[in-house]
Design a protein around this ligand. Structure first.
Ligand SMILES: Nc1ncnc2c1ncn2[C@@H]1O[C@H](COP(=O)(O)OP(=O)(O)OP(=O)(O)O)[C@@H](O)[C@H]1O
Ligand SMILES: [Mg+2]
Length: 350
């Protein structure tokens, strides 16, 4: 395949990707480029802007979350990565390969071995059992039966569906079907996993467990995960970086804390208002750096505000340590409360 950016460390690179749905996309594109909004383009031409000039760099080994309200373009974006959708304009390079230049056989191999997808609507094969659904990708890849059944059984267990191996998809609840979809994608063992609202049909407890599991899996397997959600709390819990979409355009991209502490516009402010900030903000972002007397209680720099709150009942300061366990700063209750109330001098300078 075509090698272009093998050494940039990027798993996915999108440049100026625009998608217009309708039968004369170029005409509508010209209108969009002239500065018309999605609503104006739609009113004038009856064409729908799915994505508007999206550029993203997604580094390898990250959980990258795309967030946005219903209709903001999240599914459209993720479907460009495995080319279920062709863009009207722009370029998409995945693991150094120009996705738009792939031939059909290359594309088939690519979908089987580089990017696996968990679909918003599950996309299971209705007449196959759970285990045959999970093993399907391996079967297509020519993995011998015993091996693929063993792998499939392992992933079924991981997603908590042991005992359902022989069930048909229609006998499962929505959340269970969603977990079959997840197991199927994980069984493929690709470097990149695309997850479109993969947890939204799960009840809160299972959902929270799956989020923890995903973060662990990502750490132990080093995969790149492009994860879509409309739930900001979910994004904050799992994301290394977040991009927020509105009307198909990226409003802000950055570390979760950047978005919480420095929302780029009113639209993002609205999201942020609803969020559990104590969980979103790491102590490293708000600590006083410097050499202070060693504190009796210390937390690592990636601890979250909610983790240190209990200490303040008894202590004035909590020490913050680096990964070698050396104290590099401290936080006070005042700092934490200031950050939660969105007023802290010097916040976000780290
Ligand atoms: N096949 C299509 N034909 C025409 N318009 C489409 C098509 N697919 C998506 N759109 C439009 O593109 C826009 C983005 O849709 P998309 O499905 O990407 O949104 P989403 O952010 O995934 O929403 P949700 O959270 O509801 O899944 C919407 O305005 C939608 O109407
Ligand atoms: Mg969607």
């Amino acid at each position: 395949m075509h090698d272009m950016n093998q050494d940039t460390g990027l798993a996915i690179r999108m440049r100026g990707v625009t998608k217009i749905f309708g039968n004369d996309p170029q005409g509508a594109l010209a209108l969009l480029r002239s500065g018309k909004s999605k609503a104006e383009v739609q009113a004038q031409t009856n064409h729908v802007v799915g994505l508007d000039n999206v550029s993203l760099d997604i580094a390898r080994g990250q959980i990258f979350v795309v967030m946005g309200l219903s209709g903001s373009g999240k599914s459209t974006l993720i479907r460009h990565v495995n080319r279920l959708i062709d863009p009207t304009d722009g370029e998409i390079v995945v693991e150094g390969n120009d996705v738009l230049k792939m031939s059909l056989p290359e594309l088939r191999t690519y979908r089987r071995s580089t990017v696996a997808m968990v679909f918003q609507k599950f996309g299971l094969l209705p007449h196959r059992s759970v285990i045959d659904n999970v093993a399907y990708g391996l079967e297509v890849r020519g993995v011998p039966k015993a091996e693929r059944m063993e792998k499939a059984a392992k992933w079924i267990e991981t997603v908590g569906l042991s005992g359902y191996e022989q069930s048909q998809p229609r006998q499962l609840s929505g959340g269970q079907q969603q977990r079959v979809g997840l197991a199927r994608a994980l069984a493929l063992d690709t470097d990149i996993i695309l997850m479109d609202e993969a947890f939204s049909a799960l009840d809160p407890l299972i959902r929270s467990g799956m989020q923890d599991q995903l973060v662990e899996l990502q750490k132990s397997l080093g995969k790149t995960i492009l994860f879509i959600t409309h739930d900001f709390d979910e994004a904050l819990k799992i994301a290394d970086r977040i991009a927020v979409l509105k009307d198909g355009a990226v409003q802000q991209e950055g570390k979760p804390e950047d978005i919480v502490l420095k929302p780029a516009n009113e639209h993002i402010e609205e999201f942020v208002r609803e969020v559990n900030k104590a969980r979103a903000i790491h102590v490293r972002t708000i600590m006083e750096r410097g050499e202070f007397e060693a504190c009796e209680f210390q937390v690592p720099a990636n601890a979250r505000c909610e983790d240190v709150l209990p200490y303040f009942a008894e202590h004035q300061w909590v020490g913050v340590t680096n990964d070698k366990g050396v104290q590099i700063g401290r936080v006070t209750a005042k700092r934490v409360i200031g950050a939660l109330a969105r007023y802290t001098p010097g916040v976000g300078e780290s």
